[in-house]
Design a protein around this ligand. Structure first.
Ligand SMILES: [Mg+2]
Length: 359
């Protein structure tokens, strides 16, 4: 018996934080724009949180030290991140998207899968719906890239292929052909470790992976090999399912305000360990890690980073927390509270999407 044909959209807002800033200040349009901390003439600490395509074209990347971005693009416009604004814009967009979907699965702040199977008949109607969604997101002052495919993994790969303002359609009969020429690194869940492993065996494209017997994939990757087989042959059928909205937080208020930032970092490390312990106990994966820091006088900052894929890994929590907290290191004033947070949680058994965790 044939499974009913599904139509899945993956929608990703283009350069989300930077685009929200441009929306609110149109004079920034067309300029290289860097969201991050004060570069202080090249001496500033902290990282680039996000940047516009114009800044990317100069070689600036998110996650790069702000001092390095300043060397590359001293004339770019630098703005501080405003997470309240981004969260609010995200909520408006998700609400709008929800109105077009049978099911919506939000992935990070600016990305979602939509199952629109009951809403469209065939590719032409799917394209028309995608264009309508683009129009509505456009009236929010933003643009997005959309991938349309019969399953989540191909929809995601399709939306990543053409940015910004892309629309990539993968007909259900041509998924394997669409994937074949692409490098294995486009597969969500194939990170550096798996990429290197395959490269050592002479495998760089999906078509090379497709030519392997399924048994070989299972020998290499265990049950994740079954998932990978489904992805590369276009038969993966993981459901679009809403994520749990909840997040996990751990915080510490110091008995006395702390002036030595090393003490703050140390405490954050302990909190990160505790957070991961709770994540593992709940059998959860997170997608987003955040920090909170409160200075004397109740000046409070939050900052977060959405990872490329689901994780429950202590090392990625530690490195993310440290790099986020570095942004506040040069602030004057004693620290009253520090906190770490994981969000966009989901139960592990719902998905086998992180191939890099196979060993
Ligand atoms: Mg995006």
């Amino acid at each position: 018996m044939n499974e009913p044909q599904r139509t899945i959209f993956h929608i990703d807002i283009d350069a989300f934080y930077a685009s929200v800033e441009v929306r609110d200040n149109p004079s920034l349009k067309g300029k290289p724009l860097i969201v991050g901390f004060d570069p202080e003439g090249g001496k500033g600490r902290g990282v680039v949180v996000a940047c516009s395509y114009e800044a990317r074209n100069l070689g600036v990347r998110s996650g790069m030290p702000i001092s390095r971005a300043y060397r590359i693009a001293p004339d770019a416009v630098y703005v501080l991140p405003d997470y309240r604004k981004y969260t609010e814009a995200s909520a408006r967009i998700m609400k709008l998207l929800r109105g077009h979907a049978d099911e919506l699965e939000q992935v990070g702040i600016d990305e979602a899968f939509l199952d629109v199977s009951s809403r469209v008949r065939g590719i032409e109607e799917a394209k028309a719906l995608a264009l309508e969604i683009k129009r509505e997101i456009g009236s929010e002052g933003l643009t997005c890239s959309i991938g349309i495919a019969p399953n989540k993994s191909s929809a995601k790969i399709a939306s990543d292929l053409l940015k910004p303002d892309g629309l990539t359609v993968v007909p259900s009969t041509l998924v394997a052909e669409f994937l074949a020429p692409l490098p294995v690194s486009v597969i969500p869940g194939v990170g550096k470790k798996t990429g290197d492993f395959l490269k050592e065996r002479g495998i760089e494209t999906i078509s090379q992976l497709q030519s392997l017997p399924g048994k070989q994939l299972v020998r290499w990757f265990g049950k994740n090999g079954v998932w990978l087989w489904g992805v590369i042959h276009g038969t993966e059928q993981i459901a679009v399912r809403p994520r749990e909205q909840k997040s996990l937080n751990v915080e510490k208020t110091f008995r006395r305000d702390v002036k030595d930032y090393r003490t703050v970092m140390k405490e954050a490390e302990l909190l990160a360990h505790e957070l991961v312990r709770r994540i593992k106990r709940g059998n959860l994966h997170f997608r987003t890690i955040g920090v909170k820091i409160r200075f004397r006088g109740f000046e409070t900052h939050t900052m977060e980073k959405t990872l490329a894929e689901d994780s429950d890994d202590l090392e990625s929590v530690l490195s993310t927390v440290k790099s986020l907290l570095k942004n506040f290191e040069d602030r004057k004033g004693a620290v009253r509270l520090v906190g770490v947070r994981a969000s966009h949680l989901r139960r592990k058994e719902d998905e086998l999407s992180t191939l890099d965790s196979w060993s």
